[in-house]
Structure formats: C-alpha cells, structure tokens
Design a binder for this molecule. Structure first.
Ligand SMILES: *Cc1c(COP(=O)(O)O)cnc(C)c1O
Length: 283
C-alpha cells in the first residue's frame, strides 16, 4: 500500500515550491499517520489487540481503525467522553472508526493514564502512544527520507517542511540527515523544544507571530486552505495550513533555498473541521 509518492512543483506567492504528495498514498491511509504507522503494516498482527489513546476525532484514530481492519486485529481506544453532536456525525474520523466495527472505545477523562494502566495489565497487547512514537515511526520515515533524497537530488540546498502536533513525525524525519523545518501546531513551544532536545538531531522550529489554540477556526487558516484549493491541492486545516501561514511569513529568509513541503495528509478530518468553520460563518 505504501508506494512512492510524486514530488510536484507549484507556485506559492511568487515562489516556486515543491510538494511531496503524501496525500496521494491512499485515500484512507495517507500522510503523517501512514508514514508513522508504516512499520505496523509489515507486522503480523492477526488477532492481536492494539491499545492507544488520543482525541476522539483524530487522524490517528481513523488510521489505526483502518490498520486494524486490514490486519485483522482490534483496537481499544481511550478517549474523552463523547458529546451528543459527536455521536451524530455521519462522516469524518470518528464516524469512520465507529463504523469500522474494530474499535472498542473507552471513554474517560484521563485517556493517557487509563490506557497506560490498561497496557500494563495486558502485556500481550501492543501499546501505541498518542499518535505513535519515534521508535515506531523510524521505518516509515527512513523510507520517506530515501524517497526525498532521490527526488530532490538535483535541487539546490533543499529544506524540508513537515508540520507538527506533538512533533513525532518531523523529529523522526530529522534523524535521517535532512534539514527539517517545522512549526508549533499544538501545545506549547517549550514542550516541543524539550521533546526535540532528547534526540541527537532535531528539526528547526519556525518562529511566528501567529498562534492559535489547537483546532480553533481562524480566517487566516481558511484563506490559506482556499489558496491551495485554488491550486488544486487540499491541505488539512489543523496542521498543514498553519505551517503554510508560517512559511509565508518567513519566505524572505529562504530566498536561496528550495522549499520542499511534505503533505501530511489527514484530509478526512477536514469534513468535521469544515463544519466548525461553517457554524462560525468563517467560510
Ligand atoms: C497527526 C498529524 C500531524 C501531527 O503529527 P505529529 O507527529 O504529532 O507532530 C500533522 N498533520 C497531520 C495531518 C496529522 O494527522
């Protein structure tokens, strides 16, 4: 299922930029999560139980549900209690996971603690920390780095932009000797930098004036989304559009470098996020 994705050239506010089209990996398994979970695709998981935790609308939930379907295993997913509105969603990551029939949800105010406790009591199960881990992501990111190296061999000092939430994907990619830039996508900058500091190599973090609480709809994000839709590429509203805003602010800094942006996928999440924009009349 994971095969080489194209590197395409686009115009971005009078600059030429390259986009690594990881959104095209597979309609249901793409981008950031597909690369981070690629190693699981190769493992024998039949009849195994996966344990994980995280947001109840996250791309990780959707990707792990699909993986469990494909690998004939099941997933116990710890997440915060469902709202009525969430249960009525017929599309998006949560609806997909619910309909898959392979996810057993455990609703709790403390998903992380509860899932870790459960994992200790069930050592035969496979515990996957929120959104994966650097260790788990190494194989998929090595493959991504090899593709990038081949595809950008002719470019003049390329830099690689990869969006961050917790920072696992960009941090793991940076271990493979590419100059990786990212920006804060969720949480606090000091937490991201602290996390990066435990590894021999880390991505550089773009500074920006633009800060948003995670997932909060904002006109600037929608404008960036529309800008790229106009060019024929859809990016996710939570991470990639935000990184593009920050790249735009910093464009002058990268005048003599080639910009390579790695699409992080996650487009199924746009269905529910777009609804939030519509409710707030932001689109
Ligand atoms: C999960 C996700 C991210 C954030 O990934 P981290 O590895 O936690 O930094 C970014 N973009 C998309 C589309 C995602 O699904």
């Amino acid at each position: 299922m994971i095969s080489q994705t194209p590197l395409q050239i686009f115009e971005f506010f009078n600059r030429l930029v390259y986009i690594k089209r990881d959104d095209l990996l597979h309609p249901l398994f793409s981008g950031n999560k597909a690369r981070k979970f690629a190693s699981l695709l190769k493992q024998e998981l039949k009849s195994k139980t996966l344990i994980s935790y995280g947001g109840n609308q996250s791309n990780a939930l959707q990707s792990l549900a699909l993986l469990s379907l494909l690998k004939d295993c099941n997933l116990i997913y710890f997440t915060t209690p469902f709202s009525k509105a969430l249960l009525q969603e017929s599309e998006g990551n949560f609806a997909y996971a619910l309909k898959s029939g392979v996810v057993e949800f455990r609703e709790t105010p403390h998903p992380q603690e509860e899932s870790q406790k459960y994992a200790l009591q069930n050592p035969q199960a496979l515990f996957i920390p929120q959104g994966g881990s650097v260790e788990l992501a190494m194989e998929g990111m090595r493959e991504l780095s090899e593709e990038l190296r081949k595809q950008t061999g002719d470019l003049k000092s390329p830099i690689f932009f990869y969006s961050s939430g917790i920072g696992t994907a960009s941090l793991t990619l940076a271990q493979f000797d590419l100059e990786v830039y990212t920006a804060l996508g969720a949480g606090k900058l000091e937490d991201l930098l602290q996390r990066f500091s435990h590894y021999p190599k880390s991505p550089k973090v773009l500074e920006s004036e633009f800060h948003l609480p995670f997932g909060k709809p904002h006109t600037k994000v929608w404008e960036m989304y529309e800008y790229w839709m106009g060019q024929g590429v859809e990016f996710d509203l939570l991470y990639d559009c935000l990184l593009w805003i920050k790249i735009k602010e910093n464009l002058a800094r990268f005048e003599d470098r080639e910009i390579v942006f790695i699409h992080s996928g996650g487009l199924m999440g746009n269905i529910t996020q777009e609804k939030r924009y519509r409710l707030k009349n932001l689109c």
